[in-house]
Design a protein around this ligand. Structure first.
Ligand code: GLY
Ligand code: MN
Ligand code: MN
Length: 503
């Protein structure tokens, strides 16, 4: 769908649309509904999160942009997804609300007023209504008004045009911090406002501003380490939807083989179900058949799937609230593992079991990796793959060099939530070195990857790559595998494939 001839001329030649047309297009529309939306179930949880932020930064103006539309090419934008910090603190998900900015405005008493500046629906008497292909109702649909958003989110809403004035208020006496990576233009504008009141233009001043912003971003990232009950519900939904997507892929495997370009078919089938059940995929699916499984981030998905292959599918549904699952299953496409495939698979399964068993409150995050990688190292040692004279203890000891990493170079776990690699700004001592606590959700995802050209391993293992990944909730007395409904042992995986393909 192109830009209209008339609009093209108007935009490119600066010719205004004429008054008669404007009057004509503004008239004879049914009145808009005046019903306000009900409050979002996410709103009270988002309010609690904002209270925590408020308490940590009393007296300061805190700016959390949603980010803007991003150009894919020429005049086509990507589908909008708000910055995760913005989604977390507003409860807005899906495609809302491009260019919006959440401002926590300090009050005298040290608390904050939450104000959402955004672009409300434009009147039918405006040029935007019919003439703006990026924001106009004719082009991208209607948006909510200020009162709608206030009712939905239980916060104050203002027109985005008032943001500049709001930002500059009491600038000489009010500290401003902004989440820098959400909206480059707004960050530059805030930098300019702040620099206008600093007395010198020394680089040290800008560095200090940047450090202050980083502190806010860090706080917001670690605020997501422990999930509240609403977030845990979102994660359960994401995992359930993901399980349906995996079932659909298994059902589609014979067709994927028969059509050729099977990895693409698998990507499409999972994507279809992700889009149907949720907002979409939470990250690019890894649909890796045969030796492609040994490329850790194989998201090209351009290959065939051939009978006898293993298919490593690492995929997750992001639900409408933007929480995502992250699950991997490695499936024998013929329905049965070969002896060599099973040997590798069972080793990875044993490692994953050891990792999951280590998840409990009070354990260190890194204990999970330590438990899993020990089992990986034991198998590699038993199979004679470690260098001469290097036993399990030696390879696990960094001093000697982690030889096992040739076959599993990645970590076993990461936090999971709004981002697939959630809480990424947490410091080492808050992440790997921290104790697990109830409400945290992490993956446990060991693997073994024997590349087709790895001359160090026996011929029958070459080209086999296996990862098993589940999403684990830390509970008060241990853990719960949220993705436990998806079979994991080699025999259960075979039974799963048989059941789905028979029905
Ligand atoms: N899907 C990315 C990961 O497992 O971390
Ligand atoms: Mn993962
Ligand atoms: Mn994954």
């Amino acid at each position: 769908m192109g830009v209209s001839e008339e609009q093209h001329k108007a935009e490119h030649r600066g010719r205004p649309t004429n008054d008669e047309f404007r009057a004509f297009v503004a008239a004879e529309w049914a009145p808009r509904s005046t019903d306000l939306p009900t409050e979002s179930p996410a709103a009270p949880y988002a309010a609690l999160r904002r209270s925590a932020v408020s308490a940590a930064f009393p007296g300061e103006r805190l700016v959390i942009p949603a980010g803007g539309l991003k150009v894919r090419s020429n005049d086509s934008d990507y589908v909008f997804r708000p910055h995760s910090a913005f989604a977390h603190l507003t409860g807005l998900g899906s495609d809302r609300e491009p260019d919006a900015v959440l401002v926590l405005e300090p009050r005298e008493d040290g608390s904050h007023e939450s104000i959402l500046y955004f672009r409300p629906l434009a009147g039918r008497d405006t040029e935007e209504f019919f003439g703006d292909s990026r924001y106009g109702e004719f082009w991208v649909g209607a948006r909510p008004g200020l009162a709608d958003v206030e009712a939905e989110l239980a916060l104050s809403a203002r027109h985005i045009d008032e943001l500049t004035e709001g930002m500059g208020k009491d600038i000489g006496t009010t500290v401003i911090r902004i989440v820098r990576d959400a909206d480059r233009d707004l960050t530059a504008a805030v930098d300019a406002i702040r620099e206008s009141v600093t007395e010198t233009d020394e680089p040290r001043e800008s560095e200090a501003l940047r450090d202050a912003d980083d502190e806010l971003a860090h706080f917001l990232s670690t605020l997501r380490l422990v999930k509240d009950e609403w977030e845990i519900r979102q994660m359960r939904d994401a995992v359930d939807a993901t399980a349906n997507g995996f079932d659909a892929v298994i059902a589609a495997l014979p067709e994927a083989l028969q059509r050729g370009r099977g990895e693409r078919w698998v990507e499409g089938v999972f994507g279809l179900h992700a889009r149907h059940q949720g907002n979409g995929i939470g990250y690019d699916s890894i649909c890796a058949a045969g030796d492609h499984a040994n490329t850790l981030h194989w998201i090209k998905n351009t290959g065939d799937i051939t009978g006898g292959d293993l298919l490593l599918l690492d995929a997750g549904v992001e639900v409408d609230s933007l929480f995502t699952a992250d699950v991997t299953r490695t499936l024998p496409v013929n329905g049965r593992f070969t002896a060599a495939q099973r040997k590798v698979y069972d080793a990875v399964y044993a490692a994953q079991e050891a990792g999951i068993a280590a998840v409990r409150p009070g354990a260190k995050f890194s204990d999970v990796h330590d438990a899993a990688i020990r089992v990986i190292a034991e198998h590699l040692h038993a199979w004679g793959l470690l260098p001469e004279g290097i036993d399990v203890g030696a390879t696990l000891d960094k001093e000697h060099g982690h030889y096992h990493r040739r076959w599993m170079v990645h970590g076993t776990s990461h936090h999971l939530g709004l981002d697939v690699h959630d809480c990424a700004l947490a410091r080492r001592e808050e992440y790997l070195g921290a104790e697990l606590a109830p409400g945290m959700i992490l993956t446990v995802e060991p693997g073994l990857y024997f590349k087709a050209d790895d001359l160090r391993v026996p011929v029958e293992l070459r080209g086999i790559g296996v990862r098993i990944e589940d999403d684990i909730l830390v509970t008060p007395d241990g853990c719960e595998n949220l993705s436990a409904a998806m079979p994991r042992t080699s025999s259960d995986v075979e039974a799963w494939i048989a059941r789905i393909q028979k029905s």
